[in-house]
Structure formats: structure tokens, C-alpha cells
Design a protein around this ligand. Structure first.
Ligand code: IPT
Length: 958
């Protein structure tokens, strides 16, 4: 489609815009400003070719138009629908053209200018409009722009009048620029960030660029302030008073800025006409000798990739949400953010400066959809697009260049490679030599300062740590790449259950100086809050809006659920990246300080002892201050002798914040460690009584135990595949499981031998059409205290190599009256063999409902490892299971098959049973939704296995 010349903006123009001001820093100024946020008039159309109405006529009567919130995304106000694709463009790939079906929003707002902006020049600023837009003030065109997550400013010149003014904006969902904005997220449109008028005093400060380095050998700060007009700087804390900006100043004894010590100095930069206040952090970032350092010390980036997301507003951010993100990150030991894949709301970076987070600030650019087309005509390597690419990079750097938290610039994401990216890197190096340049898409790393990869396996990261990675073709590029630090800009894909394998990544990051850490993909699920007809809340994902092309729940791969409830994955990460590691061996406690800069003086330590999970003693633990990178061992203080006949005695040592901070209260747990003090002394004496039970003589299955009717345990190998088992962008096991039929195993009873003191049932369990199977032999005998002991022996039949078992264990069915589960084992949250760091051994009690993790697409969840015993109880009595010595436990009101079939949590309906799995093990979860599967040591293979567990009835009255 060619856009009629009279219609603005031009949809097939590769230029980034027209009529815009040069990009500059976002500055806190004493010059007046006027927010235009609020209710605007709005008219929406499915197509781009309707004529504009009234933009050239300020008096046009728009009262027939709708109203809409600015900032806002029109799909969240009932116009059009969200659509989700990851890599693929949702339109034909024929750059620079886009389809006629091109949702278009026309906005008008009338506002009063009462003279508060003075009579100086005025600038109109848009902080973000998705995707292309044109602007008219009082009927005159100001220009147009692209770059959805980038600031655009227009001079309003003499157009602004005293009294009533009318601003009109026409925005389209699709334009040539959409080819540069193929980020993995919902396609959403509109004026989604603030609109402001800013007075620009003549002789004021249009731009300021603060360079604030730190010499760690002397403690001296070096301050150089570039300004667009001659100015002076003042900062009482730095003893600066009206100093000229012309020359750099050396400042002895400054406090450096780091993510651990986010000290900022309020610097006032003034001309006669304007003063801007810039919080300054002194720090020096280097990549010398292949190690990323800040202020002379190597840093370990314990990072997350953050998209902006709110379940009710999409990418419209508010102050509370941004602060919640920062506080949640800090509380979970995250110290770094990659702003994937665009500059965030500008205020987010102020919060990172203030509270301390390292930031990789990423440009708003991704052309991933060219990859499925062989990267043909990729804008990254096409000279036609050079301006558009560079424009984006400039606007990214210029807006955010004064933030101490920003330690690296990123050219964008998944845009292939080519000359335009190289030119962008070159421009950044010239404009800001003090920050390294990052870009993952070019594995040769020829124009960047850090080697970056996504989803590399442990093995490959290990090789890179040793600088033993496979060479690149070009010898020069190879030498350069080997000389620079490495980071994983994405790893640990947090989709559904998991991710597994994070501990092993952390071990590598900690081991090799070249590895600067990594960023989990990703921070939050982008689920949209919706309700079913009966009012049940759920979070929509791709396909829920009837999109003809979509990528399903790949949009739900965050450490937070959409409502910002931490998922088990975030708790797992928090434990693994905790800045302090506590090892408890007997009574010896070792505290290792893994921070890069600060000692442990902000922490209190506490110890406690539990007997079979019941607390018996606790107290403070005095640990001398441990310097960054150091460790210290102390002994537990004197404590009461354990009672004779005690159970398993465990020591837990916790490190908590001594004082409250802006992001957590005093007492907030930062790290913990646990160790065993003593094994259980002797089994509890139990009253001898005969077990009371019924067995189905044909199948040998238990049908009653005490007062509880049940369908007794039998072999189970199935779990509802996780997103990682499905492995959309990694090794897939679920298809193998389904084709073999592990979801439809049949049980054949070979023999039932019911003796007086011992019963034995032999079976073969196998799927239709296959000759593979598992012999399962159940041997029952009496246990002390009126219990029934079950010994399960499993013998694989046939060649099972290459088929990891989802799980191996026992499934049984109990009456629906069972309501609560108490257990002594790992908790309180779920645990899997390669994702168990967050769980500690303890005694926990939860209703069955609280044992379920509400992943947006239902899948295996809620497993508890290392369970010593569990009681499942309800109004009509229950069952106690004692491991020999341990088992894994899952309890739900639906089956694994129900879980596998459900698309949303609301599809899961409680059945008239409770389904219990008492398992030997499951295979690990890994992170194969995008990345490697479980490591070999976490894979469950079919092998001869023996497993013991004892069941006791629990009477209705305990
Ligand atoms: C990679 C992308 O960079 C990221 O935006 C996201 O899509 C993530 O992975 C998957 O959720 S692309 C991937 C297909 C390698």
C-alpha cells in the first residue's frame, strides 16, 4: 500500500521520522512543564486508509468521538485485541510495506495554556507511542516519529497560544518501523507513555552529559560535565560551588556508586536561566583483561531480563509497579537488569540508581522475524535502514546517559548482524567511551566489548569460562572475542515449572573470572488478566484472542506471575544467587560473603534447631564481619542437650537484614543454610495393633485402610508434561513420551498371592502397541503400630535406553474429604531434583488447594522431595505415610491427565477423589522450553528399583 502524500505519517518510509528535535538527556529541571496526560478524545479504525478528520481544523467538533486514557494502550481499552507472536512477524515480510489492515487511533485533546510555561520556547515530548505517529498542534503539523519505546520531542515554536489549544495525534499499529520492533511480546498500540509540554528557557540547558569516574586506587572521583551551554556546577556534599563545567575536576574521597552501595550526589548544573539537578554516581566500568570490573573489582551480574508488564494495563507503567519490581528484585537477591528489549519507562532507571541495580540498557530494536526467512533483507545489514537504526541507538543513549546504574549499552536483541549494527556500536563508542557495548546476535563479537550468548549449555559456558570456546572464522575477531568478558544475556528460561539447572550455572559463574554472570529469561509472565463467564479470574496468553498466528504460552515465561506473585522459580533463583552462602556441618557454620563490594555488617545471623521438624531451640549467632569475597567459620553457641529418643535434629542458620531498607524490612531473610546435627535416635515407640484393611482379591489392590476407603497404590510413570518437557526451543522429551504411550500405561496382573503375614502382587505395566514394559511387584507386610508396609520392586522389560521416565512411583486415590497435608520434608514450596535450592527441610501443613502452583498453562507442579513422613487428613480421618527413608509427594484434586489436558487453571475441576503420588523420583525439569534439558545427573532412567513406604490409618479424631 502506498500512503497518500496527504496522509501522515507515511507508513512505508524507512526514515525514523520528521520534524523532531535532536535527542538529549532527560533532565530534572526547574523550568516549568505541563502534563497533558488524562482523558483524550479518541477515534479508532481497523484500517489506516480512512481520511484524517479535523487534524487541520482545531475547532473540529470531536464530541462524537470516544474518550480514552493517555497514557494507555488501545487494545486494553476495548479497541482491537492483543496479539502475541514471539519471532514471527504477524504480517507478510516484504519490508518496508505493511498490510492495509492496520489499526489506527486518532487522538485529540484540548488544553488550556494559562501562561505557566512562560514565554520561552516550548517543547512537546512523547515518552512512548506504539508504533508510528504524527502530531498536529492547533491544526499545524509538527512532524512524525517512530521508535515506540523512545522519546520524541518536537519544537512547538509559535504554535502554542494563550488559552485553548488543541493537540491531535494519529497513530498506526503497523509501519515500516514495525520491522525493527519484533520483540517477543504482545503487539499493542497507542500513546502508552506520558505526553508533556516543557518550557525551554533561552540560555537554558538543553543537554547535560555527566562523566563521573572512580579511581579505586585513590578513592578519587573524576567529574566531567558536558553541557549544551556554558554552565556551573554545585554540590555541597562535594564542596563544589558554582564551579565552571569547562574542565574536569578531581574530587578526593568520594563514595563510589555500586549496585551494593548506591551512593548518589545531587549535582546542580546551572546557567543564568535554568538549573537542572542530576543525581551523580561515581563509578568506572572496565572490560580489561577479559574481566568485567566496576571500580577495580570483578562483578557478578545476578540478573533478570525485564519487560514492562502490568496484567491490567499492558506496557503502561506506574510508579508503584516500577517500585514493586525494584523491591522484588532486591528482595530476591537480583542485582542486575537487562531492559529487554527496549529502554524502559525513564523513571525505572531512577529507581535502579537509587536502590542499586546494575543495568544493561537495551535499544528498542529487534528484527528476529527475518531469521525464519534466512535473514534475507534484514534491516540490520541494509544501508537503506542505516538512519533508522542509528536514530534508535542515539535516542537510547542520549536519554539515559546520566544514570550510574547503566553500565552497558546494548544495541538491541536478535537482529542478526550487519553493517548497521556495527555503525551503531561505533557511534556509541565515540559518544560514550566509558561504557562497554553489548550485543548478542553476532557471535563473532567483532564490534562489541563483551561476548554474549543466550541459552548456552552448561558445557559451553564452562568452555567459555576456560576461554576454550570454538574459534570464529576470522582470526582477528577470534582474538578479540577471546580477550573480552562473557555474559549470558538470557538463560534459565523461566517458563512453567522450573527452571532447573540454575545451581550448576551459578557454579560456573562463580568459578571463572571471565564469566560476568547472566540474566534469567525473564522477570514476569505477560499474562493479561481476564475473567471467564462465571467470573473466574485467569491470565490470558497467546491464542486467547483468536489470533490467526500466535505463540501460545511462550509469553508466560517469567519469575513472577502476571500479578507479581513470585513463582517457585524466583525463590529458587534467590537462594542460588544469595550474596551470602551459609554452610552448616555439625555445629560448624561457615559464612561466605559472595558480594563484590560490601561486608556483612548489615546482616544479623540466627540459628535454630528442630527435632523432626519441630523447633526446640534458637538464638542469635554472632558472626564477625566478613569482608567481600571472604569467609569465616564459627561454632554454634552452647545449647540444651537433645532429649533422648529424639528425631532427626537439624540446624538452620539464617542471615537477615539487621535494619530495614527501602525495599525490605529489618529481619528480611537474605540467605540460609541447613545441616544435620544428629540422625533420629530411635524410632518412636508405637502401640502395637493389627492393621485393619481390605484388599481386592482379583487385583490385589488395597481398598480400605482403617476407616478410610481408598484405591490403593500402584505404579505410575506419568507426569503432565511441563513447558520444559515440551521443549519448544530445546531438546524435547514430551513427544517421545506421548509416542511411546507413557500417558496411557496398562496394568496386567500376573499373580496375586495373599498370605497371612505377607501379600505379593506381581504385575506388568506397559503402553499399547509397544513391547517395552515395567514389571512391578508389590509386597505387603505388617508394620509396627497397625501399619502396612509396601515394598515396590520395579524391573524394566526391554530396551528403555533413550527414554527418560517422567516419574517413577505410586499413585493412589483417596476420598475427597481429605483436606490437609502435613509433611516433614522439603518445603514450603515445590521442589524438583534440579530445582530444589529454595526448599528447606521442615514440617509444613497446607490445604490441598495451597499445594498447587497456578502456572498459566497447567502442568506438573507441586512436588515435594525428601519427605520423611506425611499425614493426609480430613473430617473422616486419613492416612499417614512414612518413607523408608524418604519419598516425593504430590497431592491434588485432579489427575495428571487432567493437568495435561487443561489449557488454563480454570479447566481444572476438583474430582470426587484426592490423587496422591508417593514417588521414588521424577526426572529433572531443566530449561528446555528455551535452552538445555536437565543435566545428565538429573535424568531419571528406567532401572531396577526397590522402594519402601509404610501406610497408617489416621482416625477421624487424630
Ligand atoms: C529469545 C529472545 O531473545 C527473547 O526475546 C525470548 O524470545 C526468548 O528467547 C524466549 O522466550 S529467542 C529464542 C527463540 C532463542
Amino acid at each position: 500500500m502506498s500512503t497518500p502524500a496527504s496522509v501522515l505519517p507515511p507508513l512505508a518510509d524507512v526514515a525514523p521520522g520528521e520534524g523532531r528535535r535532536s535527542p538529549r538527556a532527560r533532565l530534572r529541571s526547574d523550568a516549568p512543564s505541563l502534563s497533558l496526560d488524562g482523558r483524550w478524545r479518541f477515534r479508532w479504525s481497523e484500517r489506516a486508509d480512512q481520511p484524517t478528520i479535523g487534524f487541520e481544523a482545531p475547532d473540529f467538533d470531536d464530541r462524537q468521538w470516544d474518550e480514552i486514557d493517555v497514557p494507555g494502550l488501545w487494545q486494553f481499552s476495548g479497541y482491537g485485541r492483543p496479539a502475541y507472536t514471539n519471532v514471527r512477524y504477524p504480517f507478510p515480510v516484504e519490508p518496508p510495506y505493511v498490510p492495509d489492515e492496520n489499526p489506527t487511533g486518532e487522538y485529540r485533546v484540548a488544553f488550556d495554556h494559562d501562561g505557566s510555561l512562560g514565554d520561552s520556547a516550548v517543547v512537546l515530548r512523547f515518552d512512548g507511542v506504539d508504533s508510528i505517529f504524527a502530531v498536529w498542534l492547533n491544526g499545524t503539523s509538527l512532524g512524525w516519529s517512530t521508535g515506540s519505546r523512545l522519546t520524541t520531542e518536537f519544537d512547538v515554536g509559535p504554535l502554542l497560544q494563550p488559552g485553548r489549544n488543541v493537540l491531535a495525534v494519529r497513530a498506526h499499529q503497523w509501519s515500516a518501523a514495525s520491522y525493527l520492533e519484533d520483540q517477543d511480546m504482545w503487539w499493542l498500540s497507542g500513546i502508552f507513555r506520558s505526553v508533556t509540554l516543557l518550557a525551554r528557557p533561552v540560555g537554558g540547558l538543553d543537554d547535560v552529559f555527566i562523566h563521573a569516574g572512580f579511581d579505586h586506587t585513590t578513592g578519587t572521583g573524576r567529574l566531567r560535565v558536558e553541557t549544551s551551554a556554558a554552565a556551573t556546577i554545585s554540590c555541597p556534599e562535594l564542596h563544589l560551588s558554582d564551579a565552571p563545567t569547562a574542565e574536569a575536576v578531581e574530587l578526593p574521597d568520594v563514595q563510589a556508586w555500586t549496585a551494593e552501595t548506591p551512593h548518589r550526589y545531587e549535582l546542580r548544573v546551572s546557567t543564568a536561566e535554568e538549573t537542572v539537578t542530576v543525581p551523580v554516581g561515581f563509578r568506572t566500568v572496565r572490560t580489561d583483561d577479559g574481566v568485567l570490573t566496576v571500580n577495580g573489582r570483578p562483578v557478578y551480574l545476578r540478573g533478570v531480563n525485564r519487560h514492562e508488564w502490568h496484567p491490567d494495563h499492558g506496557r503502561v507503567m506506574d510508579a508503584e509497579t516500577m517500585l514493586a519490581d525494584v523491591a522484588l528484585m532486591k528482595r530476591h537477591n537480583v542485582n542486575a537488569v537487562r531492559t529487554s528489549h527496549y529502554p524502559p519507562h525513564p523513571d525505572f532507571l531512577d529507581l535502579c540508581d537509587e536502590h542499586g541495580l546494575w543495568v544493561i540498557l537495551e535499544n528498542d530494536m529487534e528484527t528476529h522475524g527475518f531469521e525464519p526467512n534466512g535473514w534475507r533483507r534484514n534491516p540490520s545489514d541494509d544501508p537503506q535502514w542505516a538512519d533508522a537504526c542509528l536514530d534508535r541507538m542515539r535516542r537510547t543513549v542520549e536519554r539515559d546517559k546520566n544514570h550510574p546504574s547503566v553500565i552497558m549499552w546494548s544495541l538491541g536483541n536478535e537482529s542478526g548482524h550487519g553493517q548497521n549494527l556495527a555503525a551503531m556500536a561505533q557511534w556509541v563508542h565515540g559518544r560514550d567511551p566509558d561504557r562497554p557495548v553489548h550485543y548478542e546476535g553476532d557471535w563473532d563479537s567483532s564490534y562489541v566489548d563483551v561476548y554474549s550468548r543466550m541459552y548456552a549449555t552448561h558445557e559451553e559456558v564452562d568452555a567459555i569460562g576456560r576461554s576454550d570456546e570454538a574459534p570464529t572464522v576470522d582470526v582477528g575477531a577470534d582474538a578479540h572475542r577471546r580477550s573480552i568478558p562473557f555474559l549470558q544475556c538470557e538463560y534459565g528460561h523461566a517458563m512453567g515449572t522450573g527452571p532447573g539447572g540454575l545451581v550448576e550455572y551459578a557454579e560456573l559463574f562463580e568459578k571463572y573470572p571471565r564469566l560476568a554472570g547472566g540474566f534469567i529469561w525473564e522477570w514476569i509472565d505477560h499474562g493479561v488478566r481476564q475473567h471467564t463467564a462465571d467470573g473466574t479470574e485467569f491470565f490470558a496468553y497467546g491464542g486467547d484472542y483468536g489470533e490467526e498466528l500466535h505463540d501460545g504460552n511462550f509469553i508466560a515465561d517469567g519469575l513472577l506471575f502476571p500479578d507479581r506473585t513470585p513463582s517457585p522459580g524466583l525463590l529458587e533463583l534467590a537462594r542460588i544467587i544469595a550474596p551470602v552462602r551459609i554452610d552448616v556441618t555439625g555445629t560448624a557454620v561457615t559464612v561466605r560473603n559472595l558480594r563484590d563490594f560490601t561486608d556483612t555488617s548489615n546482616l544479623h545471623f540466627e540459628w535454630s534447631i528442630a527435632d523432626d521438624g519441630a523447633p526446640t531451640a534458637s538464638g542469635p549467632l554472632s558472626v564477625p564481619v566478613v569482608a567481600a569475597g571472604e569467609q569465616m567459620s564459627v561454632d554454634l553457641p552452647a545449647r540444651p542437650e537433645p532429649a533422648s529418643g529424639h528425631g532427626e535434629l537439624l540446624v538452620t542458620v539464617r542471615a537477615v537484614l539487621a535494619e530495614g531498607t527501602a525495599w525490605a524490612e529489618a529481619g528480611h531473610e537474605v540467605a540460609w543454610g541447613q545441616g544435620r546435627l544428629a540422625e533420629a535416635e530411635a524410632p518412636r515407640a508405637r502401640i502395637q495393633s493389627k492393621p485393619d484393611f481390605d484388599v481386592d482379591p482379583r487385583t490385589g489392590r488395597l481398598t480400605r485402610l482403617g476407616g478410610l476407603s481408598l484405591l490403593g497404590p500402584r505404579l505410575d510413570v506419568w507426569r503432565a508434561p511441563t513447558d520444559n518437557d515440551r521443549g519448544e526451543h530445546g531438546p524435547q522429551v514430551a513427544p517421545t513420551w506421548y509416542s511411546l504411550g507413557l500417558n496411557r500405561m496398562r496394568h496386567r496382573t500376573i499373580s496375586v498371592d495373599l498370605g497371612e503375614s505377607r501379600a505379593q502382587v506381581r504385575t506388568r505395566v506397559a503402553p499399547a502397541a509397544s513391547d517395552l514394559g515395567l514389571f512391578a511387584t508389590y509386597t505387603w507386610s505388617r508394620a509396627d503400630g497397625g501399619g502396612l508396609r509396601l515394598r515396590l520392586e520395579v524391573e524394566p522389560d526391554g530396551d528403555w535406553s533413550g527414554v527418560p521416565l517422567p516419574r517413577l512411583g505410586l499413585r493412589m486415590e483417596l476420598p475427597a474429604t481429605i483436606a490437609d497435608v502435613e509433611w516433614y520434608g522439603l518445603g514450603p514450596g515445590e521442589s524438583y531434583r534440579d530445582a530444589r535450592a529454595a526448599a528447606h527441610l521442615g514440617r509444613f501443613r497446607k490445604p490441598i488447594e495451597a499445594l498447587q502452583t497456578p502456572y498459566l498453562r497447567p502442568q506438573e507442579n507441586g512436588n515435594h522431595l525428601d519427605v520423611r513422613w506425611a499425614s493426609l487428613t480430613g473430617a473422616d480421618g486419613g492416612l499417614r505415610v512414612i518413607g523408608g527413608p524418604t519419598f516425593a509427594l504430590t497431592v491434588r484434586r485432579w489427575t495428571s491427565e487432567d493437568l495435561a489436558a487443561a489449557r488454563h487453571p480454570y479447566d481444572l475441576r476438583a474430582r470426587d477423589r484426592v490423587y496422591v503420588n508417593v514417588d521414588v523420583a521424577q526426572t529433572g525439569v531443566g530449561t528446555a522450553a528455551c535452552g538445555p534439558g536437565p543435566l545428565p545427573q538429573h535424568i531419571l532412567w528406567a532401572e531396577p528399583t526397590t522402594f519402601e513406604v509404610t501406610f497408617f490409618p489416621v482416625s477421624a479424631h487424630g
